[in-house]
Design a protein around this ligand. Structure first.
Ligand SMILES: [Fe+2]
Ligand SMILES: [Fe+2]
Length: 213
């Protein structure tokens, strides 16, 4: 069955909303749920930024600013996710950060579904939407295979367990050397291409090249 890009994106949004609901209620499984959320969120966002958003900017130039804003919101949400990954899952701080993330992503999804996706639907053919859907699906699979660097050497890709399956993680703040998360934050800000699949050393080198370290 071929799904068009818009249906696939909306289905991902519902999936993320379900994960948010489970994360709010289920305090035991939070590390695994968070790892799943991080992997899916990043894969979805990369697919949109690399394939869907450029198509919208090209075919509906009046939506260019919205698309740029959308990509910035992805990066902001990724920073929030990384902060969440750095606090113990059974603390009030986790609840606060989770609520902030849910609010930010809900706002983003509402704008996407009410404005830019309907604009794309009007602008391109059904065939093109199906083509985009196939490419989006392949891009997401690729990203999930690489996994998101989430600090302490763990990846939130398919099948991986955050923190080796431990119930909660201790913050990594105050380390003398920048952690992989810190480097990843900086790489996001510096818009280093391919950052999500880089090792700590590669991130350091890329940041050095861009003059950020
Ligand atoms: Fe989306
Ligand atoms: Fe998005």
């Amino acid at each position: 069955m071929t799904l068009d890009a818009i249906s696939m994106i909306k289905s991902d949004h519902r999936d993320v909303e379900r994960l948010f609901g489970r994360l709010k209620k289920d305090t035991e499984d939070r590390p695994a749920l968070l790892a799943e959320l991080a992997a899916k969120f990043v894969a979805h966002s990369r697919g949109e930024e690399e394939l869907v958003y450029p198509e919208i900017a090209k075919t509906v130039p009046s939506e260019k600013d919205q698309v740029r804003e959308g990509a910035e919101e992805h990066h902001q949400a990724e920073r929030m996710l990384l902060s969440l990954l750095d606090v113990d899952t059974d603390t009030a701080e986790f609840d606060t950060l989770l609520n902030e993330l849910v609010q930010a992503v809900t706002h983003h999804v509402q704008e996407e579904e009410s404005e830019i996706l309907p604009a794309l639907k009007k602008a391109v053919s059904r065939e093109r939407l199906n083509e985009l859907g196939r490419a989006f699906s392949e891009r997401k699979a690729q990203e999930i295979q690489h996994g998101l660097p989430v600090g302490n050497g763990h990846k939130a890709g398919s099948g991986s367990k955050l923190g080796g399956g431990s119930k909660s993680r201790k913050p990594n703040r105050g380390a003398k050397e920048p952690s992989k998360e810190d480097l990843y934050h900086r790489a996001q800000e510096a818009k280093v291409p391919g950052r999500s699949s880089m090792t700590k050393e590669e991130l350091t080198q890329a940041l050095q090249k861009s003059g950020k370290v």
